[in-house]
Design a protein around this ligand. Structure first.
Ligand code: SAH
Length: 196
């Protein structure tokens, strides 16, 4: 089919952790993503003091941007190293809190209070744990999810969205027979059927 051999590819959590350990993180953008600047108005839609979710957040600098604008940021990431690097690289003091609902998980929260990063798998989250969001910045998230888990991922994301929330999604377009991914190629038709 259109996505060819990527359909069955699986990247394990251990492989992601190893990428962080090896510094094999070519996906990280130190300067932040120009598309967030370009479409910021679409995300915010004139609203202030929003709750913004960063699925599979890594150490995305856009979390700092939005927090500095007065929004509350929540992220989730399996690599604790990534989260610690985020706070360290922005010189943000933080504290570690347990997450009683999720065994083995913890929450790293900026002392100022408006950035909360969950260290666990996104599939461990639910709206009863993290609440619902007014906006989502999905860059390097849907395209990093294993193709077999896309429906599960999107169904979960939908449960985490408030009624009037906006969802910015960045994908990459290329010939999936030429690279194994991630980032995986997600055809437009699939995005439409996933999100409805
Ligand atoms: N969104 C970030 C990172 C993209 S790379 C950015 O724009 O820079 C994808 C990230 O997802 C990696 O940091 C990886 O460790 C993390 N990840 C992979 N599977 C995950 C899962 N099931 N739950 C939470 N994080 C996950």
């Amino acid at each position: 089919t259109e996505i060819g051999s990527q359909k069955d590819r699986v990247v394990t959590e251990e492989e992601w952790l190893r990428k962080w350990e090896m510094g094999n993180i070519g996906f990280h953008k130190e300067q932040g993503h120009p598309l967030l600047q370009k479409y910021l108005d679409v995300l915010l839609n004139g609203r202030s003091g929003l709750r913004i979710f960063f699925p599979l957040c890594g150490k995305a600098v856009e979390m700092k941007w939005l927090a500095d604008m007065g929004h509350s940021v929540v992220g989730v990431e399996v690599s604790e190293q990534a989260l610690k690097e985020f706070f360290a690289e922005h010189s943000l003091p933080y504290c570690e809190e347990p997450v009683p609902e999720i065994s083995g998980a913890k929450k790293l929260r900026s002392t100022s209070g408006n950035i909360s990063l969950y260290c666990c798998s996104i599939y461990d989250l639910s709206s009863s744990i993290v609440g619902k969001f007014d906006g989502v910045w999905d860059r390097g998230a849907l395209v990093a999810v294993n193709p077999c888990d896309r429906q599960r991922y999107v169904s979960l994301m939908i449960t985490l969205m408030e009624k009037n929330s906006s969802y910015l999604l960045v994908t990459v377009s290329y010939d999936p027979n030429k690279h194994k991914g991630p980032p995986f190629y997600v055809p437009e038709s699939e995005i439409k059927s996933l999100f409805g």
